[in-house]
Write a protein that binds this ligand. Structure first.
Ligand code: PLP
Length: 504
């Protein structure tokens, strides 16, 4: 009886969640909808009075974060690699979200941290992350940054010969043997070279090593090459497989010359999905193309192309947007990569038989499901064509990456749920605009539909913003304060401000 009852209650609660989800989505959707993948905690928070209270207390916009999905994502990656018997380490790329709570949690789970600046390193050390669990992959490394790494004993991913020379001099002066990884790029892929601004070209490796680590130089005793590192643009599994295959012979060579190479670091770029529906994603782009060709009404502000340009009845260019739907993702993607052919076996076995540790530096994908951004509606303004501008207390740097747009439907949370449903406010269609004083200040370029209208004081929620959207481009232009960051525990409803908001 007990199990029947609990089955029943879990069935009921999943029905309740489905209802909540359908209801939440009803208030706002794109002209061609792109329904967000929503975590249970997001659904319960969005239907609770706690969210408006939080925005009232901490200001708009507010970034709300949750730790549980992060811990789960990290675990799933590690379990997947462990199933292959692989020596595997995750270094969380913390530039994807600035909150210190994630750094602390990753470290407590035994993961490392990939850092990109002096402050990111200092904060990580202050939180008690052991130096051997930190890698520095900063794109530009000042003397101050290198000093910090050398003195603390942090592995440095070296990008170029100037950096190598400076690191060698500083390490020699400090009399500290320093671990480095050479960052490599220029892999051959489908008959072409994968060009990058980062790293040494793979073909240069032997000559660089020869030049710096030959008998006459002091580099031999100051810098030890403990790994090779790459981080590729984009999310292609096949490109990463090609890079690993091409690096293994170089690692064998380095080891045969007594270089203590213990790891291969494949960087980040693990794919994730913001949408559940492949069909919705494909339909959006099909309709958007038709709109750009003039065959239907626009889905975007002034028919913005999102990377595509219509030219005499043809479409040029390619989408300048994250692939918000993709498959496989995360641990399934990693599993496919580890099973791919390599030498006479698989990548996993080729690494295992060398006793080579595989490291990775995921940022975005391990933050999947970990955050949302909520902002308050301040005005509605009808335009001469009947559409509306909805003004939010938020600016466009507060939900933005290198993508042209955030291609996920926001949620609208009415201030007064009872009233909106029973009094059926007039339906509205229009665009979300932000607080910067210029004509291009759209929080989303997409034309959105609000079947029950929008009221002042309603909240607009951008779902799943923890990876990059919240912090990567946020600015203090106009002297607006930065958005606050709070962690929400769905069990206890406890709300804690992240300590990063106390840093200057
Ligand atoms: C940005 C970055 C990452 C993280 O990439 P994601 O796409 O967020 O997984 C990892 N390593 C390096 C060197 C990076 O620059």
């Amino acid at each position: 009886m007990e199990s029947v009852r609990s089955d029943q209650s879990s069935k009921n609660s999943s029905l309740v969640l489905e209802d909540t989800q359908a209801m939440l989505r009803e208030y706002c959707q794109g002209l061609v909808p792109l329904p967000a993948r929503l975590e249970t905690w997001m659904l319960s928070l969005c239907s609770s009075p706690v969210l408006p209270e939080m925005v009232h207390e901490y200001g708009s916009p507010l970034n709300v974060l949750s730790l549980q999905p992060f811990q789960k994502n990290l675990n799933l990656l590690r379990e997947t690699a462990q199933a292959f018997g692989l020596d595997f380490e995750v270094y969380f790329a913390r530039k994807a979200n600035k909150c210190l709570t994630f750094v602390e949690a990753a470290s407590q789970q035994g993961c490392g941290i990939d850092t990109a600046s002096t402050n990111e390193i200092r904060q990580s050390l202050d939180l008690g992350v052991p130096a051997e669990k930190i890698i520095c992959t900063a794109a530009v490394k000042s003397e101050e940054l290198l000093h910090l790494c050398i003195n603390a004993g942090i592995t440095i991913a070296i990008d170029n010969t100037d950096e190598l020379l400076l690191t060698e001099r500083l390490a020699r002066e400090a009399k500290r043997t320093t671990k480095i990884a050479l960052r490599i790029s220029g892999f051959a892929y489908e008959g072409k070279k994968l060009n990058s601004r980062f790293g040494f070209d793979i073909a240069e490796v032997p000559s660089v090593v020869q030049r710096f680590w030959s008998q006459e130089t002091e580099t031999v005793s100051t810098l030890s090459i403990t790994g090779l590192h790459f981080h590729l643009d984009g999310y292609s599994r096949h490109q990463r497989i090609a890079a690993i295959r091409q690096l293994l012979p170089y690692i064998d060579d380095l080891r045969s010359q007594q270089h203590p190479v213990v790891f291969l670091d494949m960087g980040g770029g693990f794919p994730m999905s913001y949408l559940d529906s492949k069909a919705a994603w494909e339909r959006f782009w099909r309709e958007h193309r038709q709109a750009l060709l003039g065959n239907r009404n626009p889905l975007t502000w002034e028919n913005h192309g999102l990377g595509l340009i219509a030219d005499e009845g043809r479409l040029l260019g390619k989408p300048k947007c994250y692939p918000y739907y993709q498959s496989p993702v995360q641990q399934d993607w990693l599993q496919d990569l580890l099973q791919a052919d390599c030498e006479d076996t698989t990548i996993a076995k080729a690494l295992c038989r060398r006793k080579l540790q595989l490291r990775c530096e995921p940022g975005r994908s391990v933050l999947d499901g970990c955050g949302l951004t909520a902002a308050r509606v301040e005005f509605r303004k009808q335009r001469s064509d009947g559409s509306w501008f909805i003004g939010l207390s938020m600016n466009r740097t507060q939900c933005r990456t290198n993508s042209d747009d955030f291609l996920v439907d926001p949620l609208l949370i009415p201030v007064d749920k009872e009233k909106t449903v029973s009094e059926t406010a007039p339906a509205m269609e229009g665009y979300l605009v932000g607080a910067y004083c210029n004509e291009s200040e759209f929080l989303s370029l997409r034309r959105l539909q609000f079947p029950q209208g929008v009221s002042i004081g309603d909240l607009v929620v951008f779902p799943n913003t923890a990876g990059y959207f919240m912090h990567f481009l946020e600015s203090r232009s106009h002297q607006f304060p930065l958005a606050r960051n709070v962690f929400f525990d769905p069990e206890t409803e406890q709300v804690d401000l992240d300590p990063i908001d106390q840093e200057i």
